[in-house]
Design a protein around this ligand. Structure first.
Ligand SMILES: [Mg+2]
Length: 423
């Protein structure tokens, strides 16, 4: 038991501009991320930081609604917190796993600050001082200044070259499932040809049929693939693909909790489990899942659900303590134009980031930046993550049968409208 008690919870929603809108199989991030910054203040005045978001909406009200559960609670008592606010049967009515994650980050940050230890020391101690990242390549609509589009194969290769030169990436992940699969295959192979010493991963967010997934896997078997990520949606679909390819399969979609991990151990469908500190309900469950993967010789990697500096710190502390992390982590981070933490955007060196060594998560809020981007959120409001600006009436089936047109070079009217009202 620590002497700390939670006194108050605060939540602030911010809109953080991206270089350009990021396209994915369900729609797009429309030129900015909406993230909710969580502050958990202890009775001694220390403030722990958390973060959540990803779907384009504010989570402010949902976080504030937890206040009655949290006030007076010892932030060291994290296991109890899991059952207080995210008991799996109670949560059938209100899935709070992601909220729990944001609170866990803040409690760990509080404990670290209180003891003078970085979070990775509270979690077993670091086995590495820096974490390697993959260039997360997206098809992109043009940004507000008209630049940054990634649509053609030449643009895709140029974007990978830009990110490699800027940040030193040696691993490239293509977020796909946007265009026709054969066109994306051509782009993926062009990347492998342009960077013969690098490694690659393809992730269409489960948009392909099982048969197209198998066909795609066969067509890339000669390349230096880390893995094929969620080509098809469902454990059974992944199992059928796995039975028909030598390319390892990865998921952040169909193994995102312990029930699914157990199912995958008993009847393997996926080789590499992408651990997401938000999806799994915190850093600690990711470490537990990593231990299970170690015991059963499954691979692990660190997933990105779109992060500002606070969530990025959780990914770095996780990466620091996982002994079996043999893959580069994912991050949306290099698509951001700014950050809300002191010091601004955290740099990559040779494709890697240093793990924070300061007490707690090792990041502090830049209050001016928080105010600036909270104001931007008030101006712009939420965005529909699962809508494509160029096709307002479209929604994808699974498997998807209607991909975007890669020859369409027009700025969607919905984005032009957004840019026109952007302050
Ligand atoms: Mg994925």
């Amino acid at each position: 038991m620590s002497s700390l008690r939670i006194a108050q919870v605060r939540a602030t929603t911010v809109a953080m501009p991206l270089e350009a809108p990021l396209r994915h199989s369900n729609g797009a991030h429309w030129g900015y991320f909406v993230r909710t910054i969580v502050e958990v203040e202890a009775t001694n005045g220390l403030v722990g930081l958390g973060e959540m978001g990803g779907g384009g909406q504010s989570a402010e009200q949902a976080i504030l609604a937890l206040q009655p559960y949290l006030v007076g609670h010892d932030p060291a008592n994290l296991e109890a917190l899991r059952f207080m606010i995210a008991n799996p049967t109670a949560s059938l009515y209100n899935n709070r796993t992601q909220l729990l994650a944001a609170i866990e980050f803040a409690c760990l940050d509080l404990l670290g600050q209180d003891t003078g230890l970085p979070v990775h020391d509270l979690l077993g101690g670091q086995v590495r001082e820096e974490v390697e990242f993959a260039s997360y390549l997206f098809y992109r609509y043009p940004g507000r200044d008209g630049t940054g589009e990634v649509r053609t194969i030449d643009q895709l290769v140029d974007e990978a070259r830009r990110l490699k030169e800027q940040h030193g990436f040696r691993v490239h992940k293509l977020k796909a499932g946007v265009f026709d699969t054969d066109f994306e295959l051509e782009g993926y192979r062009a990347l492998a040809e342009a960077f013969p010493d690098d490694r690659f991963r393809y992730d269409p967010n489960g948009a392909l049929s099982t048969e197209d997934s198998i066909r795609f896997a066969h067509a890339i078997e000669d390349l230096p693939n880390d893995y094929l990520e969620d080509p098809v949606y469902s454990l059974t679909g992944m199992r059928r693909v796995r039975e028909n390819t030598r390319v390892p399969l990865a998921t952040n979609t169909v193994v995102v909790n312990f029930e699914q991990l157990a199912a995958n151990v008993l009847n393997p469908a996926v080789d590499v489990i992408l651990l997401d500190t938000t999806f799994w309900g915190g850093i600690r469950p990711c470490i537990r899942a990593g231990g299970i993967c170690e015991a059963f010789s499954l691979g692990v990697a660190v997933h990105s659900s779109g992060e500002l500096g606070i969530q990025l710190a959780t990914m770095l502390h996780l990466g620091a303590v996982l002994p079996n992390l043999t893959f580069a982590a994912d991050a949306h981070y290099h698509h951001l134009l700014d950050d809300v933490v002191v010091g601004g955007l955290r740099p990559y060196t040779d494709g890697k980031m240093a793990v924070p060594t300061e007490p707690g998560l090792g990041v502090q809020l830049d209050r001016d930046k928080v105010a600036q981007y909270a104001e931007l959120y008030r101006e712009l409001g939420p965005y529909p993550y699962d809508r494509d600006p160029s096709r307002p009436d479209w929604y994808p089936l699974l498997p998807n049968s209607s991909f975007a047109d890669h020859t369409d070079d027009q700025l969607p009217p919905a984005l032009a409208d957004l840019y026109a009202r952007w302050p």
